[in-house]
Design a protein around this ligand. Structure first.
Ligand code: CIR
Length: 255
């Protein structure tokens, strides 16, 4: 069960967020409304939501998932691989928020880089994607911290997507949404894999929150497959975040 979630209101400069797609720039006012609806969906799923103030100097700062990993034992502040995002991890209000919930805060340090969008939690085990944002030094630091707290981690190579969880979502009960390169990855053989078609690949980024699953709007085949597993689905429009490579998981820390 998740009890708590931390989110950050989108920056006025969200249109300047990093992107790899050519889908136009996010419209700030629309992003704000979509973010409010996201918070409402989380509230419906029964979690307590801490909403941090926007940070206009950081166009990507609504994607709080990348700046910390929240485990059952400690929170780990990351060191993002994207230079324009590195200071997001040091914003004092995030540290303050985490300190309210955690006695132990750990840190990834130079030359390690980690964006926690690359980390998927499965119980006490954490899969850590090696990407353009998360390097092996960062992954090894993360594994050492996890092991120090009685948890475990392993690395996963990835090449096609931005972050590990761009293409994978763990829905608990051994159910794993998989798209693209992860459909055949040997590390995920033991899961009940739910394969997502390439034309709905963005829909592979869903979030499980206490038997609800939040699914992005516009991915009917993904929605149907998740409903068939017996989950209550809440559909959330993320069109503005998609324009800068962001999805449902990226917008929150859940713990
Ligand atoms: C970035 O490129 O860093 C942002 N525009 C998108 C971050 C998405 N975060 C995530 O997948 N966890």
């Amino acid at each position: 069960m998740f009890k708590n979630v931390i989110v950050r209101v989108p920056s006025k400069n969200i249109s300047e967020g990093i992107t790899s797609v050519d889908e136009g720039k996010p419209i700030y006012e629309k992003a704000l409304v979509q973010h409010e609806n996201y918070v409402s969906a989380l509230t419906k799923a029964g979690v307590n939501v801490t909403v941090l103030e926007p940070k206009d100097d950081f166009p990507d700062s609504c994607f709080v998932e990348d700046v910390a990993l929240c485990t059952s034992k400690c929170a780990i502040i990351t060191r993002p691989g994207a230079l324009s995002r590195q200071e997001e991890a040091n914003l004092p209000d995030m540290l303050e928020a985490l300190t309210q919930f955690y006695d132990t805060i750990e840190y990834i340090t130079e030359p390690g880089t980690v964006e926690a969008g690359d980390i998927m939690m499965v119980g006490d085990h954490f899969y850590i994607g090696l990407s353009e944002r998360t390097n092996i030094d960062g992954a090894n630091q993360m594994i050492a911290i996890l092991e120090k707290h009685g948890l475990s981690g392993e690395v996963v190579e990835l090449s096609e997507v931005l972050h590990l969880k761009t293409g994978l979502s763990y829905l608990e009960n051994n159910h794993l949404l998989v798209s693209g390169e992860f459909k055949t990855a040997p590390q995920f053989e033991a899961f009940n894999k739910i394969a997502i078609d390439d034309d709905e690949a963005y829909g592979a980024n869903c979030i499980w929150v206490n038997d609800y699953v939040l699914v992005p709007k516009g991915y009917p085949k993904v929605q149907q497959k998740i409903e068939a597993l017996g989950y209550n689905v809440i559909v959330v429009d993320t069109s503005e975040f998609r324009k800068i490579d962001g999805g449902l998981s990226c917008l929150s820390l859940r713990f």
